[in-house]
Design a protein around this ligand. Structure first.
Ligand SMILES: [Zn+2]
Ligand SMILES: [Zn+2]
Length: 269
């Protein structure tokens, strides 16, 4: 599947997934005008939005999408927390119950976060199995034969411990972070327990501005797995400063007279 990361992190999240026939968004956590900037006319292709949880950095534009009549797939708990549970366009999903949108089969799974009923997703088309997990302090769900992984790598314990020692963060903030977001160390443990033989690429999501080191995280995960790692940089929405993927990928500014601040990522043939 084609993956476009437009925004990732506590300032907003927006990802587009395209199969042969179907375009989905995962999350809609930006103001609608920014989402329109990002997607351009491809917003008309969006068949549905998959929403992991109610926090504004993931759900900000949900009401606008519903006004456009676009289907939202999310848990009942998330829908209630967003106040959209009565909308005819909201479809309740349940952990480990499969549903289909276009030619993509989707299985939600439970995540662990300070939210009502958060989920992650496994998406499957005729080519790929993509796993998406963010805003979760642990990952109990394993999938065989994933080919694309989009996963949170919010902080490292090493950085947090150092900051705690120096008094740069207090214990309650420390505890909140490790009980709500996924760390580099936990990601490495999860990767070590999973079959990665089909995995082609890894996207690290939702890096903390203060408590992460993008270059180091990328290097460590690449060294461990031997698989290309891309950082979904939250600056993408503000500056177009998307971190250039490696040689098999290319960043192309989408032609636009209004703005050139975003990039569409596509796979080179
Ligand atoms: Zn978040
Ligand atoms: Zn959250």
């Amino acid at each position: 599947m084609f993956i476009s990361c437009y925004a990732s992190g506590s300032a907003g999240n927006l990802y587009k997934i395209e199969s042969n026939k179907t375009t989905l968004l995962i999350e809609c956590g930006l103001p609608m005008k920014d989402i329109r900037h990002c997607l351009g006319t491809t917003i008309d292709d969006v068949e549905a939005v998959l929403l992991t949880h109610e926090h504004k950095d993931h759900s900000k534009a949900i009401h606008e999408f519903l006004r456009l009549g676009i289907d939202i797939y999310t848990s009942k708990g998330t829908a209630i927390a967003c106040g959209v549970e009565k909308s005819p366009y909201v479809h309740f999903i349940e952990s480990e119950k499969v549903f289909i949108v276009g030619d993509i089969t989707i299985m939600p799974f439970k995540t662990n976060h300070d939210a009502c009923e958060p989920v992650g997703f496994v998406l499957r088309d005729n080519k790929d199995i993509l796993m998406f997990a963010t805003d979760t302090y642990n990952l109990e769900f394993n999938v065989n034969k994933i080919s694309q992984l989009m996963v949170e790598c919010n902080h490292s314990y090493e950085i947090l411990d150092e900051k705690l020692k120096n008094g740069q963060i207090d214990k309650s903030r420390y505890n909140r972070l490790v009980k709500s977001h996924f760390s580099l160390e936990n990601l490495k443990t999860w990767l070590s327990k999973n079959d990665l033989t089909c995995l082609k690429e890894i996207y690290l999501l939702h890096l903390s501005k203060q408590n992460s080191d993008a270059d180091e995280f990328k290097q460590e995960i690449e060294a461990m797995t031997g698989i290309p790692v891309y950082i979904a940089d939250e600056n993408v929405i503000k500056t177009g400063n998307y971190i250039m993927p490696t040689s098999t990928w290319e960043c192309v500014p989408k032609p636009s007279t209004r703005s050139n601040f975003f990039y569409k990522i596509f796979r080179e043939e």
